[in-house]
Write a protein that binds this ligand. Structure first.
Ligand SMILES: Cc1ncc(COP(=O)(O)O)c(C=O)c1O
Length: 390
């Protein structure tokens, strides 16, 4: 796609997401089973929707404070203390954002100067456009299936230069479902402190954990509060992707900048959505546990179903609602394989190479879909692989 030359150089740094391109293909295929979508298939729990309806009647129809309602910020501070081990002053170290996405955008905007290097995981969530928009240079660090896609801190150390400004950590990881354990996070924290590097800890899947795994926030480690921006969201935990509420926990100087810019940009997160978020965070968390239990059942089906296909192997994801099967034995690139599956076998998955070079040879499949869709989707993948290998 060409961009007109009257647009700024900055604009050219932003690329269409590969996932969007894949979905445009899928939309043209009648009866497609779409296992590419990265959002819960559940409706937002009723008590959260009710809180939003009530908020409308209570008059939450006016501009909200730019950094979020004070009671919501207090509830967030309580949650991050209890669940993430992070001490945050609700008045100065918490910011309510338009999803984790806005926290990522703001972080790149506030921290990066042209030429600053940003360490990202490969395969990993696509932060490239946000980094490049502000002149940053992404430095991918490969993670490997042989190590369950957990980063080797030695590989991060080798990637650090005197231009490294920021490291972006996403545990639990989209697309691999890997969890970085405490020892890995400690090593990353030690390097950040020793080399004076900021950390953006992007934690949307903090609650979607299996087999007794625990989530650890790097922002809770000694010496990290002053150099960590922790990004959280209600999108995945509460099936609230469309409400667009997330939040940042960060040092006051960063939160001040976020608030200032919010005034100039969109003047705050929609008031009723914030009230719904307050209800979600403050209530007993049964709804989260129920959704995770459902994901867990689907995870077993997907893990077993994929490994039963000759030529496909798949780790059992420790977290998230993504499986990341290895399809390299088909001899196709992950893009060709995904296009072939959608066109010939009417099942949509996301090519692994969208998540970085080290994602080549894999596809991402979401199990935020019904058991029926998953069974049918896996059967179609099985037929597709068999036809390719025959
Ligand atoms: C790793 C990661 N970060 C950030 C986001 C954005 O989340 P939000 O809906 O809170 O903007 C997503 C959404 O898929 C994600 O997977």
């Amino acid at each position: 796609m060409t961009t007109p030359n009257y647009l700024s150089d900055r604009t050219h740094a932003v690329e269409w997401s590969g996932i969007r391109i894949m979905f445009a293909l899928a939309e043209q295929v009648p009866g497609v089973v779409n296992l590419g979508i990265g959002q819960p298939d559940f409706d937002t729990p009723a008590f959260i929707r009710d809180a939003a309806k009530q908020a409308l009647d209570d008059g939450y129809t006016r501009y909200p404070p730019a950094k979020g309602f004070a009671d919501l910020r207090r509830a967030i501070a309580k949650k991050v203390k209890a669940e993430n081990g992070i001490d945050a002053d609700p008045d100065s170290e918490v910011y309510v954002a338009v999803g984790a996405m806005q926290v990522i955008f703001n972080t790149c905007l506030h921290l990066l100067n042209p030429g600053d290097e940003v360490i990202v995981m490969d395969p990993g969530y696509d932060y490239y456009s946000q980094i490049r928009l502000f002149g940053g240079v992404p430095v991918p660090v490969a993670t490997h299936e042989s190590n369950r896609f957990k980063v080797d801190p030695a590989d991060i150390r080798a990637a650090i230069t005197d231009k490294t400004k920021l490291m972006i950590i996403n545990t639990p990881s989209n697309p691999t479902g890997a969890i970085f354990d405490e020892a890995i996070l400690r090593s990353i924290a030690d390097m950040a402190i020793a080399h004076d590097i900021w950390v953006l800890s992007d934690e949307p899947y903090e609650h979607i954990l299996f087999d007794g795994h625990r989530h650890i926030s790097i922002g809770s480690f000694d010496g990290m509060a002053e150099r960590t921006i922790s990004a959280f969201t209600l999108s995945k935990s509460y099936a609230m992707t469309g409400w667009r509420v997330g939040y940042a926990v960060a040092p006051k100087a960063i939160i001040d900048e976020m608030e200032k810019l919010m005034e100039h940009m969109v003047s705050g997160v929609t008031a009723v959505a914030q009230r719904a978020a307050l209800a979600a965070i403050s209530a007993p968390q049964d709804c989260v546990r129920e959704m995770v239990a459902t994901y867990d059942k689907r995870r077993h089906l997907v893990h077993e179903g994929l490994n039963a296909i000759d030529g496909v192997t798949c780790l059992n994801p420790e977290s998230t609602f993504y499986a990341f099967p290895n399809i390299s034995s088909t001899g196709s690139t992950s893009w060709d394989f995904a296009k072939y599956l959608v066109k010939e076998h009417r099942v949509a998955v996301v090519p692994g190479s969208i998540f970085g070079r080290a994602g080549e040879g894999y596809v991402r499949l979401s199990f935020a879909a019904s058991m029926e869709q998953l069974k049918e989707g896996i059967a179609r993948i099985g037929r597709g692989v068999a036809a390719l290998r025959s």
